[in-house]
Design a protein around this ligand. Structure first.
Ligand code: KIV
Ligand code: NA
Length: 266
């Protein structure tokens, strides 16, 4: 099966909603790939698999290692890799070097970076040099210190105008798609109607051109459950039940059984 391409994603503006989930590891990528248009190697892996307090400490090396695993575990979905904090903000040149490294070391087709008006020249610089960029506006977790927490964005006229300027500038700079995170619903809906590229919502609006969730949240594996998460699985319970059953079998010597040991033979 041929992989979903960047132009194919772009062409889905106003059409059938785009399905996107995060993936950080090969097995998760294999299982999600047939169902998704895009897999996001999100820097949320900092919290979800490394137990870090935020996405800020995530390194380019971590993103490259997990990105390569997700590319190896998929053959259908377009793989998008998050640019980690500190790897792209200083200049378009810095962003190009980091993005090129991610694409070269992983085989992924696109990167995602956070930010609005200030990052628009960088989005244009990368897009003009063969690196497709997905934007990310609204609640941008790498700016948690600036935003003062994970709060919904775009409430009130001034805040709405800020998010609108951010979304427009990133779309006009040539982003092939735009994540809108943690934005009041009517604004996310309006922005979707205004920008030329597909919008991917998370805590945004059903009117967005697609949706993304952290897979571990959707699967019921991670403990944090923001308002915008819908749980489709009960993996935390399943893992706990399986570990409890294994522990009981080991303690009662019910495991290993006849089928799980090697007879001497000759
Ligand atoms: O890192 C991440 O998982 C993300 C999405 C949830 C949009 O950026
Ligand atoms: Na992210």
């Amino acid at each position: 099966m041929k992989r979903v391409t960047v132009p194919a994603v772009r062409a889905r503006k106003g059409g059938e909603p785009l399905v996107m989930l995060t993936a950080y590891t090969v097995r998760t990528a294999q299982l999600l790939d047939p169902h998704c248009d895009m897999l996001l190697v999100g820097d949320s892996l900092g919290q979800v698999i490394y137990g870090l307090p935020s996405t800020l400490p995530v390194s380019l090396e971590m993103m490259a290692a997990h990105g390569a695993a997700v590319v190896r575990g998929s053959h259908h979905a377009l793989v998008v890799i998050d640019m980690p904090f500190g790897s792209y903000e200083r200049s378009p040149e810095q962003a190009f070097d980091s993005a090129a490294r991610l694409l070269k070391e992983t085989g992924a087709a696109a990167v995602k970076l956070e930010g609005g008006v200030a990052m628009a020249p960088t989005v244009a610089f990368l897009s003009a040099r063969g690196i497709p960029v997905m934007g990310h506006v609204g609640l941008t977790p790498q700016a948690v210190n600036q935003l003062g927490g994970h709060r919904v964005q775009g409430r009130g006229d001034a805040a709405a105008a800020r998010v609108t300027a951010d979304a427009r500038s990133i779309a006009e700079a040539g982003a092939f798609a735009l994540v809108i995170e943690g934005v009041v619903e009517p604004l996310a809906r309006t922005l979707t109607g205004e920008v030329a590229c597909p919008t991917i919502g998370i805590g945004a609006s059903a009117a967005c051109d697609g949706q993304v969730l952290v897979a571990e949240d959707m699967l019921g594996l991670f403990e944090r459950t923001p308002r915008f998460v819908r749980r489709y699985g009960r993996m935390a319970e399943e893992i706990g039940e399986a570990a409890a059953a294994y522990a009981a079998d080991v303690r009662s010597r019910a495991f290993p059984g006849e089928a799980e040991i090697y007879p001497a033979g000759d």
